[in-house]
Design a protein around this ligand. Structure first.
Ligand SMILES: C[S@@+](CC[C@H](N)C(=O)[O-])C[C@H]1O[C@@H](n2cnc3c(N)ncnc32)[C@H](O)[C@@H]1O
Length: 496
């Protein structure tokens, strides 16, 4: 039996919904770059190495009119996924066990979106080669492929850590013990070096990621048999040999990225000219990049690398900001769920956020927004485009090509996504209709979520909760119901 099949059958990989792989996100990035991707509500999606379908199942649930296919070498997680599909009655998703190397790809048809998350750099090279062959053969003319991988040059640093881990646990068989002992060894290593030592800081930084992961996840990420970081240059050369081209990363770089610095831009222009891949490679040296999530399209597509008002007008915008009064007179502070805040007294920005905040969790098209914002100072001229791109890169605004089936408000008989209700209590998180996840640690919230099947109003919900949690006062239960409904609504878990 193949090694990967073995380990994924015996050690469950903790899969999640990955928002950046969602067809909405892929389509929005493609539109921003001037392409014409398939509509999210009428597309075909393939996930390679989908494991138990933790990414595909919530997608297929939220987009019932599109078709989803996933396969994996490991049969045990595929069976787990098939059970969930059955429980949810999803007719638009098929998961099956197959080895990439012997798959009858032609029988699958073509796909508008192909996802390979956590795959390319963690499988033997011939399997990675086959992935690129499939991208080349199965992608529709306007199709988009997503590939994540350990990137160079930072991948070399990770290789150093991985080699030390592998050597330390070479006599240990059991996978989670291998990971636990590896972590303990790295902790010892960190403690035994001076505080400002660069190697200590490097290992400490990676340790922090490992400590947040489960031992099972860490084992698959760090101690797999195959581990091949690739530079952006290597990845794109590989893609080009199969008729594909570099589109962009899955999201815009964050505002502190070196790409926005004037002296970096002038170095890039003088050393790389307009070659985007050479530029990205140089930037990766500055970033000591360790991981990438890259989008590819067909080589003959015409890509607009300068963001234009015309392309932005084809998109929808959303924002999870919550506003409060700012420190300066007339200004407002905007906070996003990740905790970042910004203050603005610009009338155009404040008007934009007022519209988006009132509409959350639904997106609004720029065509709809522009007339509503006229006269507020918000204009999609060059300055307005730059400002909007800045808000998008800072994650205060997200771009969309599709409206998730989320409720516009909290209804009298609230219904949470069946997908979330199924997962509640079986895992420590539940997927949202926005393809995010909500951590569910509290038994009261888990039980409450399970009650939200659309048949109960507030009175019925109160009665059920009082029966389940008699130790809580009525006042506390009532307040808990309201705050939980607001939490679930804002997370995008309540259905339209
Ligand atoms: C690190 S896991 C990533 C799983 C999932 N894509 C995610 O990101 O959550 C890699 C997956 O690739 C699968 N895999 C490895 N080699 C494969 C092959 N030859 N054919 C199909 N799947 C394979 C493994 O079984 C495993 O489920």
């Amino acid at each position: 039996m193949h090694a990967a099949q073995n380990s994924h059958n015996t050690v469950a990989y903790p899969g999640f919904p990955y928002p950046k792989t969602h067809p909405d996100s892929l389509a929005a990035m493609a539109i921003l770059h001037g392409l014409n991707p398939a509509p999210v509500e009428a597309c075909r999606v393939l996930e390679i190495g989908c494991n138990e379908g933790a990414n595909l199942i919530p997608m297929a649930y939220a987009i019932p009119t599109s078709e989803f296919v996933g396969f994996d070498l490991a049969g045990v997680p595929i069976e787990r996924g098939q059970e969930r599909i059955h429980d949810l009655g999803l007719a638009n998703l098929r998961l099956f066990q197959a080895d990439m190397l012997s798959l009858d790809a032609a029988a699958l048809g073509t796909f508008d979106y192909i996802i390979a998350h956590g795959f390319y750099a963690w499988v033997p090279e011939r399997v990675g080669e086959r992935m690129m062959v499939l991208f080349g053969e199965l992608l529709t003319p306007n199709g988009i492929a997503f590939v994540s991988y350990n990137a160079k040059p930072g991948g070399h640093l990770r290789m150093m850590i991985r080699e030390m881990m592998l050597d330390h646990v070479r006599d240990i068989e059991e996978p989670t013990r291998r990971m636990a002992e590896s972590i303990a060894f790295l902790q010892f290593l960190v403690q035994s070096r001076p505080e400002d030592d660069p190697t200590r800081l490097l290992i400490q930084n990676q340790l922090e990621h490992m400590e947040k992961r489960s031992l099972e996840g860490g084992f698959h990420d760090w101690l797999t048999e195959a581990y091949h970081p690739a530079s952006i240059t290597e990845l794109v050369e590989h893609a080009r040999s199969h008729g594909l081209e570099y589109l962009s990363e899955a999201v815009l770089p964050l505002p502190h990225d070196p790409t926005y610095r004037a002296e970096v831009r002038s170095m890039l222009e003088s050393t790389c000219g307009g070659d985007i891949v050479r530029q990205e490679q140089k930037l990766d040296y500055l970033r000591a990049r360790m991981y990438r999530e890259t989008l590819l399209c067909r080589a003959d597509r015409v890509i607009d690398r300068d963001f234009t008002a015309e392309n932005l007008r084809r998109l929808m915008l959303a924002s999870a900001v919550e506003s409060s009064a700012g420190d300066k007179p007339g200004s407002k502070v905007y906070t996003i769920p990740a905790g970042f805040r910004m203050e603005s007294h610009d009338a155009g920005v404040m008007a934009l956020f007022a519209e988006l905040e009132a509409n959350w969790p639904r997106p609004m098209s720029l065509r709809e927004l522009e007339p509503r914002l006229s006269g507020t100072g918000f204009r999609l001229d060059n300055e307005g485009v730059t400002l909007l791109i800045h808000l998008i890169s800072a994650k205060f605004v997200s771009i969309h090509a599709w409206c998730a089936p989320v409720a516009a408000g909290i209804t009298t008989h609230p219904r949470a996504s069946a997908c979330a209700r199924l997962e509640a209590g079986t895992r420590e998180f539940a997927p949202t209709l926005l393809h995010g996840m909500l951590k569910l640690e509290d038994a009261v919230l888990i039980n409450f979520l399970k009650l939200l099947d659309g048949t109960r109003d507030r009175t019925a919900l109160l009665k059920q909760m009082q029966e389940q949690f008699p130790e809580l006062t009525e006042e506390r239960t009532r307040a808990g119901i309201e705050s939980s409904l607001r939490l679930l609504f804002r997370a995008g878990m309540l259905e339209a």
